[in-house]
Design a protein. Structure first.
Lengths: 223, 407
């Protein structure tokens, strides 16, 4: 099987990469694995005005969009993926599912997850509470849902990011009170990696769709 | 078309963007048609500005007349007596109405009892009768159909709950720049409309506010849906306009019908012929309404001579009322009375912080949001959106149900 065409990214995961000023993992996924990091329109909107941060991320977002490290899932891009998506996938169906999810969770993650489910693509989101809420309401989730630290760990293990950079990202996020996975809360990046069940790994794809869930590791291969 | 809609509302794109939590540049681009409004945002804009989604989707056109798209409510709120603060508050309240509809859809708790009740009151009221008689008849039906008629006692502590259970959105918040004392209008899109009543709490006592709220309910039953909104101002004198007379009669009869007045007076041995500050304050404390309304109700019930009314309305009851009712205490005094351990549940937890203009949300609304979160029906991020606060602030205020199971 091929690598997924897109990785659908949620605001909170991108926020961490922007806060740490480290968006190279997104570029690496695209260049080395052919996986285009993508945001739905609702995430684009959120990142342009995000709670206490207001418009802080606009320059970084625009730069990432301009360099194609990120792209927006508009209707045209969506249609191009429909042929490889599960039967019945449609823009209207995606919008409808997004609206349904949005009743339970914020719009960024709602439409990100809805796109992932509709197109059978993985997502990137740190919002554990949103995942648990959708689970509690018996609503399907993308398989898998990666976290920003899955990307960092993956990039470190594959040699794309050095340990010092990853340690710095962790330290920067911790300093500003960003939520980290439990394994990294009181441990260095290096120590945390050993206790962190990474959801993104390099290797031949062996995932069986019927048993996969949001935490099933995604195996990807270099182009 | 958004630009035309904003002009009709009397607010600029930057202000609206701030109120609704969007990037001002993006909002400005939407308004002039430089950027397409995402499908997911259209229902909110439609509900807030009271225009159909099709109007928001339409391209700007010179052939469309402003008067063809300006919703009735905004004709009222762009009047000369109103200030930007009024319009901004209405935008926030209409956003709240939209959120409440979403929340009720997810929790399957939608109440539309107001619809049948309001309709039956309108149908059964003799619209040829005098406005005051219409108001009184409507009030009697309203009391009978709800729990307000039980017990011949004051209903100020019940009425908010009763209105909420009917599906009415009740907002009480300070709006110090405004001259509005109370207003009523409908919120939500046409398919999911509900009445909303607002009372300005700035320098308005709880006793007065009870009258204001029921006055606005009176407007809401009879005409708010037709005229867009009903507005009442702080320095309003006794008015002789039929619609105001009807609403005031409705409020008075709802809150202090003769049975309640007589029962309270008998319970405390109050003599109607010799009312002084203390018995008058007792009547206010137990009927839960302000002095003016108590005296008017007593006159209308034939308990007090009409010639004595003006003098009774001028008696200073502040000190006595302060002694007799905890509702006359200041917030600080009330907190001291109930103890800080009992004050922690809601104090400081109802005010929005992400909006440029803080809005104190209704207790019932906050409770619905928090219950939905605690029942795992909505995430903390969604709950924070509904309370217009940051997610971190939400979990600080109400706790994190996933704190122990986080990854």
């Amino acid at each position: 099987m091929q690598n997924p065409a897109l990785l659908l990214c949620d605001s909170d995961a991108l926020t961490q990469l922007f806060l740490a000023n480290e968006v190279r993992p997104l570029r690496h996924l695209k260049d080395a694995y052919g996986i285009q990091p993508t945001i739905v329109q609702e995430v684009d909107l959120e990142l342009r005005w995000l709670g206490k941060y207001k418009d802080r991320f606009v320059p970084q977002l625009d730069k990432a969009l301009k360099s194609s490290s990120l792209c927006v899932l508009d209707q045209g891009r969506f249609q191009a993926l429909v042929s490889s998506a599960p039967a019945g996938a449609s823009w209207a169906g995606f919008q409808s599912l997004g609206a349904q999810y949005n009743g339970h969770i914020g719009s960024g993650e709602a439409y990100t997850f809805a796109a992932g489910v509709t197109l059978n693509l993985p997502a990137l989101s740190n919002d554990f509470r949103a995942i648990k809420t959708l689970e509690a309401n018996l609503l399907p989730l993308p398989t898998p849902v990666l976290r920003s630290f899955d990307l960092l760990v993956f990039c470190q293990k594959s040699g794309f990011l050095d340990l010092k950079t990853c340690e710095q990202v962790r330290a920067d996020l911790l300093k500003i009170g960003e939520g980290l996975p439990r394994a990294f809360m009181h441990s260095s990046f290096w120590d945390g990696m050993n206790a962190f069940p990474s959801r993104l790994q390099e290797g031949p794809l062996s995932l069986h769709a019927s048993v996969a869930n949001y935490s099933t590791p995604l195996l990807i291969a270099k182009l | 078309m958004l630009q035309t809609v904003l002009e009709s509302v009397g607010l600029d794109a930057k202000t609206c963007a701030g109120l609704l939590g969007f990037n001002p540049t993006v909002f400005a681009e939407w308004s002039v048609g430089q950027r397409q409004i995402p499908e997911s945002v259209l229902p909110l804009l439609s509900a807030v500005f009271s225009v159909p989604v099709s109007v928001l989707r339409a391209k700007p056109s010179r052939t469309i007349n402003d008067e063809d798209i300006t919703p009735a409510i905004w004709y009222k709120f762009r009047g000369p007596e109103l200030v930007s603060a009024d319009r901004e508050c209405v935008v926030l309240i209409r956003q709240l109405g939209h959120y409440l509809n979403e929340l009720e859809a997810v929790t399957r708790s939608r109440s539309v009892q107001w619809k049948t009740l309001f309709e039956s009151i309108r149908n059964e009221t003799d619209l040829q009768a005098s406005p005051r008689e219409q108001g009184r008849a409507a009030a009697r039906m309203f009391r009978e159909a709800t729990s307000l008629a039980h017990g011949a006692k004051g209903t100020g502590e019940l009425l908010r709950g009763v209105l909420r259970s009917l599906g009415v959105l009740v907002v009480e918040a300070p709006l110090k720049e405004s001259r509005i004392e109370g207003c009523s209008f409908y919120v939500g899109t046409q398919a999911a409309a509900r009445p909303c009543i607002f009372a300005n709490t700035h320098h308005v006592s709880w006793f007065r506010r009870n009258t204001v709220l029921m006055h606005e309910v009176g407007h809401s039953i009879f005409e708010s849906a037709l005229v867009g909104a009903s507005l009442d101002f702080l320095d309003r004198e006794e008015v002789a306009e039929p619609l105001e007379m009807r609403a005031q009669a409705f409020a008075q009869e709802c809150l202090v019908p003769k049975t309640v007045l007589v029962h309270v007076a008998q319970s405390h041995g109050i003599k109607w012929g010799s009312l002084s500050a203390r018995p008058l304050a007792r009547l206010m404390a137990d009927t839960h309404v302000e002095q003016r309304t108590v005296v008017s109700a007593a006159v209308d019930a034939g308990l007090v001579a009409s010639e004595a009314a003006d003098e009774l309305k001028r008696i200073d009851t502040a000190k006595e009322l302060h002694e007799l009712s905890s509702h006359a205490l200041s917030t600080e005094e009330y907190l001291e009375l109930i103890g800080s351990e009992n004050a922690g549940d809601w104090i400081g937890k109802r005010t929005t912080t992400l909006t440029p203009r803080p809005l104190r949300l209704p207790v019932g609304y906050v409770k619905v949001v928090v219950d939905a979160y605690q029942n795992c029906q909505i995430s903390s991020g969604k709950a924070a959106e509904y309370l217009m606060v940051d997610e971190t602030e939400f979990t600080e205020r109400f706790g994190d149900i996933y704190a122990e199971v986080g990854e």
